[in-house]
Design a protein around this ligand. Structure first.
Ligand code: SF4
Length: 220
């Protein structure tokens, strides 16, 4: 006999997407509340959050790319943030034609007050057993990496796309990977998703590292 529940069932990818949407609703609500309390709209809030992770500054075009917004939209928000004293424009050392955007001390102090953004989702993740958090992190890395590879989001500064990353080179199951920049072994839980020292690996190295990291091929 056919099972009506199974007949009407959605593909698993659709159900996961639905769950992502629910998480996004929680994050958006929290962002609106936090940013709103500080007199910011969501785009302005996101700009401050991105720049807080880039102390050396970003060009306007790179900032727009990171947030997947148009350059004119980013420009409008940046103008307001500069007027409010949260951002400043500086010239790149050695090339005065390049303008970089950086947080001012007032902007940095404001970002400290925005740390509740994402707090409820972080608390829900924290409530999972350690092994599930670990697995979730790896799964999210795979999804992000797939979206990057398909050009849907810009490359973020993750270990798995870094030229210094040496996956699975050590026998120690707690610390199988190596960072060639700082010459140190590390494990999955120390993988960085936004490292200030990241340098993008060439396509060949990135593809190979990903296969080794995913266990598809063994390291030579
Ligand atoms: S430099 Fe940063 S991103 Fe690159 S491997 Fe080392 S820790 Fe990871």
């Amino acid at each position: 006999m056919s099972n009506p529940l199974e007949q009407a069932d959605l593909p698993l990818s659709q159900k996961v997407l639905h769950a992502f949407n629910r998480v996004q609703v929680a994050m958006r609500a929290e962002s609106w509340e936090e940013f709103g309390q500080q007199g910011l709209n969501p785009t302005q809030g996101q700009i401050l959050m991105v720049l807080s992770r880039r102390p050396s500054g970003l060009r306007l075009s790179t900032l727009a790319q990171e947030l997947r917004i148009s350059t004119p939209t980013a420009s409008d928000s940046v103008r307001v943030l500069v007027e409010k004293g949260y951002l400043r424009k500086t010239k790149l050392k050695g090339d005065a034609r390049v303008v970089l955007l950086q947080l001012t001390p007032v902007g940095q102090a404001l970002v400290q007050r925005l740390d509740a953004v994402g707090e409820s989702v972080a608390a829900a993740i924290n409530a999972l057993p350690d092994c599930e958090q670990h697995q979730l992190f790896r799964t999210m890395l795979r999804i992000v990496r797939e979206l990057q590879a398909n050009g849907k989001i810009p490359v973020t500064r993750m270990c798995v796309t870094c030229r210094y990353f040496r996956p699975n080179v050590h026998r120690d199951s707690e610390r199988p990977h190596h960072c060639a920049l700082v010459d140190a072994a590390f494990g999955d839980r120390t993988l960085r998703s936004d490292c200030p020292d990241h340098e993008t690996a060439d396509r060949h190295l990135a593809a190979r590292n990903w296969e080794v990291f995913s266990g598809l091929i063994a390291r030579e």
